[in-house]
Design a binder for this molecule. Structure first.
Ligand code: PLP
Length: 400
């Protein structure tokens, strides 16, 4: 008998988790592999935030909390949205969860009925289409081109909207491209959305603080208040505060949606860890003085990757303004032969070649819905990044 549920046929394991497993297995076999595949900063969680977690344990804040987060955390989230995004929320419009991932999942599960469509601009974060599929919706992938800065074009959005469109996903700064939408670009998209009242907008702002340009950050609900009642603004501490393991994400949106997400959460995980919530309060209520230093170090690493790419015929990339990835075009590698005599036919072949021959893990563009590209995550130790780039370069130059 088939013991796995039918809905599982529509999902694949997260490719980032798969690459991490491959890397761990190779490391266990004594291979010195450098992982540029994972979306995680190497910086430590800042000390005062860690201390707030330790204090919470010692105080005895080790019990269930309200499902959608403690009052203190909700106040901190409301303060953050107001201070940094000019968004005013009431407590019933706020929810905290076990990472942005859980909140996005719950938002889809709470709102998508079979056959509903979700517009997913590509390249996309690997989990969006699978989450839509698990909720029995239809991901409607809309390709964005390298030439348009990887950003969704107004005409393409308008053409993708149907009476069954339930959501549009916006992710700026973007994983995997690092693209950042400007105020004008969001305004142009908002104009189309104002004419389509059936469409909700999920604004995934998780890389908000990871930006290298001087432009102020903008998010959809802020620049078009008329869309506020159908926008879910999602954020979290994983990237901006280097807190991936603490599992805290949060969202602000209309009370009816937040309430439905909370009901789902109450029947699955309940509250995110009480200890992590206490640490999150510290993170969101204290100026993030470490950001300047982090961004300076990240910009230097980005430069290392860009200079490697510039030195390798067949690779190419524009300078990504945000996140900590370079999404490099590898069209010039297709058709080449490896020293072992294999032909590189796709970006997956190229990424596999880099793992096997250079012992550097990246992720193929096809995982993000755009080929032929590879995503290089550069948030790792400087020396290791230099070493990884040298290895990639040598491996590329060995192709014929
Ligand atoms: N959204 C995007 C675009 C991401 O890249 C990630 C993590 O890689 C997430 C959401 C999930 O983050 P969290 O750790 O808060 O679940």
């Amino acid at each position: 008998a088939e013991l796995i549920a039918r809905r599982m046929k529509r999902v694949r394991p997260s490719p980032t988790a798969v690459i991490s497993d491959i890397v761990r297995a190779m490391q266990q076999n004594g291979i010195d592999i450098i992982n540029l595949g994972e979306g995680e900063l190497d910086f430590d969680t800042p000390q005062p935030i860690k201390q707030a977690g330790i204090d919470a344990i010692e105080r005895g804040d080790t019990k269930y909390t309200a499902v959608s987060g403690t009052e203190a955390l909700k106040r901190a989230i409301i303060g953050k949205f107001q201070r940094e995004n000019g968004l005013v929320f009431q407590p019933e419009e706020i929810i905290a969860g076990c990472g942005a991932k859980q909140l996005i999942f719950n938002a889809f599960l709470a709102t998508i009925s079979p056959g509903d469509e979700v517009i997913v601009p590509a390249p996309y974060w690997v989990s969006y289409p699978d989450m839509v599929a698990l909720a029995e919706g239809e991901p409607r992938i809309v390709p964005c081109s390298e030439q348009s800065g990887w950003k969704l074009q107004v005409a393409d959005l308008a053409a993708a909207i149907t009476p069954r469109t339930r959501w549009l996903i916006l992710n700026s700064p973007n994983n995997p491209t690092g693209a950042v939408y400007s105020r004008e670009e969001l305004q142009a998209l908002a104009k189309v959305l104002l004419d389509s009242p059936q469409v909700m907008i999920l604004s995934d702002d998780i890389y908000e603080h990871m930006r290298h340009d001087a432009e102020p950050f903008v998010t959809l609900a802020q620049i078009e208040p008329r869309l506020r009642d159908r926008t879910l603004t999602v954020n979290g501490l994983s990237k901006g505060y280097s807190m991936t393991g603490w599992r805290i994400g949060y969202a602000g949106g209309p009370a009816w949606l937040i309430s439905a997400m909370q009901i789902l959460q109450s029947q699955s995980t309940s509250n995110p860890s009480s200890i992590s919530q206490a640490a999150a309060v510290e993170a969101l209520t204290t100026p993030a003085v470490f950001h300047a230093d982090w961004l300076r170090r990240l910009a230097a690493r980005r430069a290392v990757v860009m200079s490697m790419i510039a030195g390798v015929p067949g690779l190419g990339a524009e300078l990504p303004p945000g996140a900590f990835y370079v999404f490099a075009n590898c069209r010039g590698m297709l058709g080449k032969r490896t020293p072992q005599g294999k032909t590189i036919d796709s970006d997956s072949d190229f990424a596999a070649y880099l793992v096997e021959n250079a012992h550097v893990a990246t992720l193929q563009g096809s995982a993000f819905g755009a080929s032929p590209y590879i995503r290089i995550a550069y948030a790792i130790d400087d020396d290791r990044l230099h070493e990884a780039c040298a290895r990639i370069k040598n491996a590329c130059l060995a192709l014929r």
